[in-house]
Write a protein that binds this ligand. Structure first.
Ligand SMILES: [Zn+2]
Length: 251
């Protein structure tokens, strides 16, 4: 069966001297792996039609014996050439695509996730990345996957009232805030979060575009707190990622 769809290139792997395996995120097929046979040969029609972070229109033969399908045709819809001039933004895109590659599945379409990934890569290519922009991206991705941290109320009793004279407590293992009454004194995976950093994270989680995160004038302490909280959450719930350490350490 031939499938025609749109896909974001999440990952490229070598297969042979002339062929590559491409991992795509599509709106209607979920994550798809295709082999581009002979794509590195100079006269092959696939040469130059795809690369990391491109969105392409593609045509592939769906095989039923394996999960690796055969790429027939491909043409770029959005090559995002801005990444060639901005290596920091491309580090952010690498991290994002690594997350999408690990957290999506074949045959499980998520059109809203595809749409969000497409818009976010456009933004990174055109406007560049930053720590807050990548933190915004993490919050939105976690929300789309239904595993966002709870940043507005206590996980135990639901109260939204947290005394302003001391930092709130965020449970990394439980994934949200705990008030003084609900916090277990033996729980070690709890980190303090200052109210200004918390307000910043809530603001980012509520916005549909990264523009506010890009424009937020964060203090070094706020930046560190937001990054530390999300990094610990991602590490605990979604496994560690070298791509995150590189991307968030450099941009
Ligand atoms: Zn509580």
């Amino acid at each position: 069966m031939i499938i025609k769809t749109t896909g974001i290139v999440l990952r490229l792997d070598p297969f042979s001297k002339t062929s590559q395996i491409i991992s795509w995120l599509t709106p209607d097929q979920g994550r798809v792996a295709t082999i581009a046979k002979g794509a590195k040969r100079t006269k092959n029609s696939l040469l130059g039609q795809y690369d990391c972070f491109y969105t392409c229109e593609l045509l592939y033969y769906q095989t039923h014996r394996t999960s690796l399908h055969i790429l027939k045709e491909c043409s770029p819809l959005s090559p995002r050439t801005g990444f060639r001039r901005n290596w920091r933004a491309s580090l952010g895109a690498s991290y994002l695509c690594d997350l999408l590659n690990r957290l999506t599945s074949p045959g499980a379409p998520h059109p809203a996730l595809f749409d969000w990934a497409n818009r976010t890569l456009d933004f990174l290519a055109e406007q560049g990345g930053s720590g807050p922009v990548m933190n915004w991206a993490e919050l939105k991705l976690l929300k789309l996957l239904g595993v966002a941290p709870t940043l507005t109320s206590c996980l135990g009793c639901g109260t939204k009232e947290f005394p302003g004279d001391r930092p709130a407590a965020f449970s990394i293992s439980r994934g949200g805030l705990l008030c003084a009454s609900c916090r277990n004194p033996h729980d070690t995976l709890v980190m303090p979060v200052t109210h200004d950093a918390l307000a910043m994270l809530r603001g980012w989680a509520d916005t549909e575009t990264p523009i506010i995160a890009k424009r937020t004038a964060c203090t070094p302490h706020q930046t560190r707190t937001a990054n530390k909280l999300l990094g610990a959450f991602m590490h605990y719930h979604l496994e560690s990622s070298l791509a995150r350490d590189i991307a968030l350490g450099m941009i």
